[in-house]
Ligand binder design. Structure first.
Ligand code: ADP
Ligand code: MG
Length: 630
């Protein structure tokens, strides 16, 4: 995997044999090391996890090379991790027989910020109020975390490539590092020797190390020994029968692969033999990784073929909207030598993706049924991913719709409901599902659009997140019931059982009024009197071909042409103001004109459809002047 060397890194490494060469750290590395070295950590043992995890990664890569490449240096050397502690010399060494690094690779990987977690850590440090110890736990700072406990780190490494030479990298974590040739008989792999700080001497104690490594060593796919004593059982928990895995083991595995100290919110273990052999363990993290404003997270589910790691961050394994998941997918049916390019467009991978996605959605359904509180907790943090899924994964949108949660006219503020519950409460004469979009429940509760629905005892769902309109409109239906936005003109509601009193305008008066208004205000597709509104004198309804204010704003922001809307205005025939208007249009046409303008522009404003607020302001002023001049 080639990585770009970031500016500022010393990359001149054409040196003479056995000459030492001093290199400067990239500026960001120095910043990072400064934090790592000087901060106080309650749990600095995480550096051991980082180094063992790097050793494990290196061994995984070597194993894949052995299976796909003909020549590997020292093919017979056993794949293992060896930890050595030396209390007298105050050192700790973590060595592996993995892929190793060439000189160029050492310069690139151990002198720049190559690791995305490290980059995120630095960004987070700039924004955060909390100390680095919390953030190191969250992101893991990889190799550089060794300097939490070290006065000096010495890396001796020899690449798997047969003709590579061994190199030694030494640094005190200050300005830079020293590179020199290592002995020719250096074995394949990497050995990291840490000279411990005075206050970190306990990491030279074998018992302490055994205890730290013991927490997750059983998730490392290779044997680990400590001072020659074998300390772990190699197991791939995703290949085991889920009955044989304890919740603690799942949690331990999660901590190991996520490089955090957190507990997963939920996990799914799934195995299948047909049509594809699949084993997978997926974790929902404790917190939304994108919630703190650190940008989009990278895919974090690794792809294995019968316990051999093929790719730790495959781009196309799962759909984008599942990028918050961490875990493992293993399929024996994949060819081992599958390249990144082949992963881009592989029909088997697409099928795997489909199966896993379906299973994961089912997992969420079960969670929602069995532990509603936990599901709500999940929903509050991760709803945007599921909504993204509805818009982007057509084949899953129906099942995802069932996972949506929202408030409604029938729920208490803060309490959520689902479409399934909504449907179970639908009235006998109710055909459709009714929804309303807006900024907050408080705003929606006062919407005059609710009048007609409330009068019929129909429930209305509130959607208050930006983008909800796209999500719900792309659903169109749930269980064959159409979803209708109640600001639309064509709602097709059943007639009201009881007419409100006092009686409104009679048919003639209503006709006279609407014809008179239509003649004066021509921007509208229709002017009516209607029982759609009872709490306000008038409302503006979206015409059949109109686009919503939200979509309009979006088009505008994207610099696209915005089609002209022709909303419908519905007057409330029971409103005393409207009745007065009907009377005024024959008695004082000038005043009637201003009053009608006032009612229409206010209705448009309420609906978010008033393009130019000055229209309303001018009309108000003229109306007041007219009224006060009498
Ligand atoms: P990450 O492991 O997330 O890539 P690290 O900071 O832990 O980030 O390590 C940086 C890079 O250094 C690794 O990607 C790898 O290329 C290299 N590296 C670190 N440790 C080893 C090792 N034991 N063997 C081979 N390469 C290693
Ligand atoms: Mg690492």
């Amino acid at each position: 995997m080639a990585r770009k060397v970031i500016d500022g890194a010393q990359t001149s490494c054409k040196m003479e044999a056995s000459m030492t060469n001093t290199h400067q750290f990239q500026t960001e590395v120095r910043q990072l090391l400064d934090i790592v070295i000087h901060a106080f950590y309650s749990d600095r043992e995480v550096f051991v996890r980082e180094l063992v995890s790097n050793a494990s990664d290196a061994l995984e890569k070597l194993r894949l090379k052995q299976l796909t490449q003909s020549a590997v240096y020292e093919p017979e050397r056993e794949l293992r991790i060896s930890i050595t502690t030396d209390e007298e010399a105050h050192t700790l060494t973590i060595a592996d027989s993995g892929i190793g690094m060439t000189e160029e690779e050492v310069v690139e990987y151990l002198g720049t910020i190559a690791h995305s977690g490290t980059k995120k850590f630095l960004e987070a440090m700039k924004e955060s109020q909390s100390g680095p110890q919390d953030l190191i736990g969250q992101f893991g700072v990889g190799f550089y975390s060794a300097f939490m406990a070290a006065t000096e780190v010495e890396v001796t490494t020899r690449s798997w490539q047969p003709d590579a030479k061994a190199v030694k990298w030494t640094s005190d974590g200050q300005e830079g590092y020293k590179l020199e040739d290592a002995p020719a008989d250096t074995p394949r792999g990497t050995s990291i020797l840490i000279r411990l700080k005075d206050d970190a001497q306990d990491f030279a104690k074998a018992n302490r190390l055994r205890h730290i490594v013991g927490k997750y060593s059983n998730f490392v796919g290779f044997p680990i020994d400590c001072n020659g004593e074998h300390i772990n059982t190699v197991q791939a928990i995703w290949m085991k029968n889920k009955k044989d895995v304890t919740p603690e083991e799942y949690e331990g595995f999660y901590k190991f692969i996520s490089h955090t100290e957190g507990t997963p919110l939920s996990y799914m273990h799934f195995s299948a033999d047909a049509p594809i052999v699949l084993n997978s363990v997926l974790f929902i993290p404790e917190e939304n990784p994108e919630a703190m404003g650190f940008g989009r997270c990278e895919p974090n589910v690794s792809l294995y073929c019968h316990k051999v790691l093929i790719d730790s961050k495959p781009e196309n394994l799962l759909p984008e909207w599942l990028r918050f998941l961490t875990g493992v997918v293993d399929s024996e049916d994949l060819p081992l030598n599958i390249s990144r390019e082949m992963l881009q467009d592989n029909s088997l991978l697409r099928r795997i993706s489909g199966i896993i996605t379906k299973r994961f959605i089912k997992h969420l359904e079960t969670l929602a049924k069995d532990d509603a509180e936990k599901y709500e907790n999940f929903w509050l943090q991760f709803s945007r991913y599921l909504k993204e899924g509805i818009v982007t994964s057509l084949e899953h949108k129906e099942s995802l719709a069932k996972l949506l949660r929202f408030e409604s006219t029938f729920t208490e503020p803060g309490k959520l409901t689902s479409f399934a519950d909504y449907i179970s409460r639908m009235k006998e004469n109710q055909k459709d599902i009714y929804v309303l979009f807006g900024a907050s429940r408080a705003q929606l509760e006062h919407s005059p659009y609710l009048d007609a629905l409330t009068a019929r005892g129909f429930e209305v769902c509130f959607f208050t997140d930006g983008g909800d309109q796209f999500v719900v409109e792309s659903l169109m239906k749930v269980d064959d019931k159409e979803i209708k936005s109640i600001d639309r003109a064509n709602l097709d509601l059943p007639p009201l059982e009881h007419q409100p009193d006092p009686p409104g305008l009679d048919e003639n008066e209503a006709k006279g009024l609407t014809e008179w208004v239509s003649a004066r205000f021509s921007d509208f597709s229709k002017i009516t009197t209607s029982d759609r509104v009872t709490s306000a004198p008038a409302i503006a309804l979206q015409g059949e071909h109109d686009i919503s204010p939200e979509v309009k704003a979006y088009l505008k922001a994207m610099g696209q042409p915005v089609p002209e809307n022709h909303p419908e205005i519905a007057f409330n025939p029971h409103s005393p103001i409207v009745q007065k208007l009907a009377q005024l249009r024959t008695e004082n046409e000038e005043l009637a004109d201003l009053l009608a303008g006032q009612l229409i522009n206010t209705a448009l404003l309420r609906a978010g459809m008033l393009d130019d607020p000055a229209k309303l302001a001018d009309n108000s002023q003229a109306l007041l002047e007219k009224l006060l001049s009498k």
